[in-house]
Design a protein around this ligand. Structure first.
Ligand SMILES: Cc1cc2nc3c(=O)[nH]c(=O)nc-3n(C[C@H](O)[C@H](O)[C@H](O)COP(=O)(O)OP(=O)(O)OC[C@H]3O[C@@H](n4cnc5c(N)ncnc54)[C@H](O)[C@@H]3O)c2cc1C
Length: 318
């Protein structure tokens, strides 16, 4: 069995599959694409197959093709909440670049590959309030809905009105906010395995200047706390959920600080000195380095507080 590019192994697949995949998916299909270049951690080995999609039709074609050939598949947004294994992903990674946006008065309908930053800019321009909290959050709308992304006590669930999903059985459905069962860093997409194709957000008309000021304020706070140059995936662990409020909880960063996390590193994987709940890649960190550091951090918190931290970051690959 031949292994190339740090573990990529197209020969592990039945004879002729590569050619058939190229016939169906065309020139947007690649083999051995390094996933490090598609994640904000800048970590991750090759995907055996990698397919870039710019329309929902292509996205659906990618998923259907993976199913037809029994290939594991993974829908990738901005890669900003992911830790990809050093050996990469055995299967088809489908990168979502579907970014069409339609505006009707205060309703913004956007395809799920639209960058959150683009929607924040657009809503500011149009004097539509509701997304100021999202200024500075990386990634796509799809990734944001998947993990109910939020900051400053607000989250995407508050503005989402409805969405179009593709179910694992291949059906297209229009669903409303209730379907998503939003909770702190959680949506039903995590268990249903439905893929979000687009959503409609309901925003409120507001003075542009006020929106701009709020965005600036939020960005200033983020700049003082979050890494800008180093690779990371933002907060590594979830805060401990408060029973009263589904959008926030006891800070995992506080618990980590109490166990001396800020002094800790494994190889080039380090705890960010300004925020104990962020692991950064300060150079050539491997996924193994990050996982080892995360395991030690969890053990220390468990030992001191008897609290089991849960990863917010999603692990991909073995
Ligand atoms: C410096 C930094 C700061 C951050 N700050 C915050 C913050 O303040 N608040 C916060 O909540 N997060 C924060 N994050 C984490 C991250 O930006 C968010 O979780 C973001 O919403 C992830 O979106 P993505 O497109 O990058 O998702 P990805 O990382 O690409 O994917 C995450 C998961 O979503 C799934 N997914 C993606 N698209 C779809 C889709 N269309 N349908 C179904 N599933 C899908 C993927 O399969 C994967 O399981 C930060 C990250 C960084 C690097």
């Amino acid at each position: 069995m031949s292994i190339n590019r740090r573990g990529c192994n197209p020969k592990a697949y039945p004879e002729g599959i590569k050619q058939k995949l190229f016939e169906i998916l065309g020139e947007n299909l690649k083999t051995g694409e390094l996933l490090a270049s598609h994640t904000t951690f800048r970590i991750g080995g090759p995907a055996d197959f990698f397919y870039q999609t710019s329309t929902p039709e292509e996205l659906i074609k990618g998923i259907n093709t993976a199913k037809e050939f029994n290939l594991p598949y993974f829908v990738l947004g901005g890669g900003s909440n992911l830790l990809v294994s050093d050996s990469g992903f055995r299967g088809l990674v489908i990168k979502n670049l579907c970014r069409k946006v339609l505006i009707q008065e205060n309703k913004v309908s956007a395809q799920s590959g639209t960058l959150l930053s683009e929607l924040v800019d657009l809503s500011e321009e149009l004097g539509l309030s509701g997304l100021e909290f999202a200024a500075g959050i990386y990634g796509t709308l799809g990734g944001a809905v998947y993990g109910n992304a939020g900051a400053f006590g607000k989250a995407i669930c508050e503005v989402l009105e409805e969405g179009i999903i593709l179910t694992p059985k291949g059906k297209l459905e229009i669903v409303n906010r209730d379907y998503f069962e939003f909770d702190y860093r959680h949506s039903k997409l995590k268990s249903s395995k439905d893929i979000l194709l687009s959503t409609t957000l309901t925003l409120q008309k507001e003075d542009r200047e006020r929106i701009r000021k709020k965005i600036e304020e939020n960005l200033k706070v983020r700049k003082s706390r979050l890494p800008e140059e180093e690779g990371s995936a933002g907060s590594f662990f979830k805060n401990i959920k408060s029973s009263k409020n589904c959008l926030s909880g006891v800070s995992a960063g506080y618990l980590l600080e109490q166990v001396g996390a800020k002094e800790m590193r494994i190889g080039d994987a380090k705890v960010f000195p300004k925020h104990a709940n962020i692991i950064i890649n300060s150079g050539k960190a491997t996924s193994r380095d990050v996982k080892t550091l995360a395991r030690i951090l969890k053990e220390k918190v468990k030992e001191k507080f008897n609290i089991e931290l849960e990863e917010e970051v999603i692990y991909l690959g073995k």
